[in-house]
Design a protein around this ligand. Structure first.
Ligand SMILES: [Zn+2]
Length: 377
């Protein structure tokens, strides 16, 4: 159940009650593709960096080790030793971005595994069954993520099919949740809005899926190459047509600035690989902008990545040491940068929640953006 606690302009401060605990929103979900956050980050680490929700990729876990294996082991929570909420994506995005040869039919998608080329079929029912086997807290609907440059006619047909798939997802999820041997019988289902950069298609789709009374609504197919301004324009158009009393999730977004802007437009769930991916490359976020720790100027720098940061990296280690680890390709270097970056994002979400509660979100946003931009050289 979702509680809308407070609004400041369009910004929403909410609380999603789940069987795995409460999610305070706005929230940034930390992406652990194959049931681990890349960069040698353990679930124990997550306890120390304010992670609320871990996100795992259905497609990756379906291919390896297999969702039926995970079900036999008691589900994803037991498998990775994490008792807080987990969101699984539908597998759709990976099917469309990673898999080789694929064929989209009304029943679903036929494609080849990116690991061994094996033929796989995935449709709405299969995606729900896989996510039910994983036993995640929140399952995502199976949708087509069409190319952002798809023409209007293709987009209209694709979105209509995504709506039909969503109805099938809902039906199948209800069936699975009623079965005795289902790991999480309270699994929630979020629907996904599509439509590329066609505002009217997106708005109509939002209205259509809002009628299905799902547990939450996501906006997919953004952050795939369109400009930030285009993304904000779509959010301005679409978010008002999604139910306000449900979570609003912008998939795969984004930079701290993207998140600050999207919160201001009513979004309260986010996920993105940036903090972990950038961390693995020695790029770290601070309130004065991003630093590249490979830079020679940090060779003798004994200060932490960010003064005052309480993350496991900054509490103990210097920029000089972490730079050395990165250059020596020691795994610890990446690990410390990833921990810092996730802590930075999770802490920013904490600040965002406090600012909405205090009713000064716009001021907070402007100050935060100004700080991060001031550090840019
Ligand atoms: Zn830190």
């Amino acid at each position: 159940m979702y509680e809308l606690i407070k609004k400041d302009g369009l910004a929403k401060r909410g609380r999603l009650h789940t069987v795995h605990g409460v999610i305070e929103t706005p929230v940034f979900m930390n992406v652990g593709t194959a049931a681990a956050i890349k960069g040698a980050v353990s679930t124990e680490d997550l306890q120390g960096i304010k992670t609320q929700v871990e996100l795992s990729n259905t497609y990756h876990l379906h291919v390896r080790p297999g969702d039926e294996v995970i079900k036999k082991l008691g589900g994803l929570h037991k498998f990775m030793v994490w008792d807080k909420p987990i969101l699984t994506d539908s597998g759709g995005f990976q099917v469309f971005s990673l898999a080789g040869l694929r064929k989209i039919k009304e029943e679903g998608v036929y494609f080849n595994s990116h690991i061994d080329g094996k033929k796989i079929f995935m449709g709405p029912e299969e995606s729900m069954q896989i996510q039910s086997n994983l036993g995640s807290t929140i399952a995502m609907a199976f949708d087509e993520c069409p190319s952002s440059v798809a023409d209007r006619e293709y987009m209209e047909n694709s979105v209509a099919r995504t709506t039909r798939w969503l109805e099938r997802c809902k039906k199948e999820m209800n069936r699975l949740n009623s079965l005795e041997d289902t790991i999480n019988q309270h699994q929630l289902l979020f629907g996904i809005n599509q439509g590329g950069v066609y505002e009217d298609i997106r708005v109509q789709h939002a209205k259509d899926i809002a009628k299905l009374d799902l547990d939450g609504y996501a906006i997919g197919g953004l952050a795939v190459g369109e400009t930030h301004e285009e993304m904000y324009r779509i959010l301005d158009a679409v978010v008002p047509h999604l139910p306000e009393n449900k979570p609003t999730y912008l998939m795969g977004v984004g930079t701290p600035a993207n998140i600050l802007e999207a919160v201001d437009r009513g979004v309260d769930f986010f996920d993105c690989v940036y903090p972990s991916r950038n961390g693995r490359h020695g790029h770290v976020y601070t309130n004065l902008g991003k630093l590249n720790l490979f830079n020679a100027k940090y060779e003798l720098d004994m200060s932490p990545i960010e003064e005052g940061c309480q993350c496991p990296a900054c509490r103990h280690y210097s920029r000089a040491y972490i730079r050395h680890l990165l250059k020596a390709k020691e795994m610890l270097g990446m690990r410390l940068c990833v921990l810092h970056n996730l802590y930075f994002y999770n802490t920013m979400m904490e600040e965002i929640r406090a600012a909405i509660e205090a009713g000064n979100y716009k001021e907070y946003k402007e100050a935060k953006l100004a700080g991060m931009n001031a550090g840019k050289k």
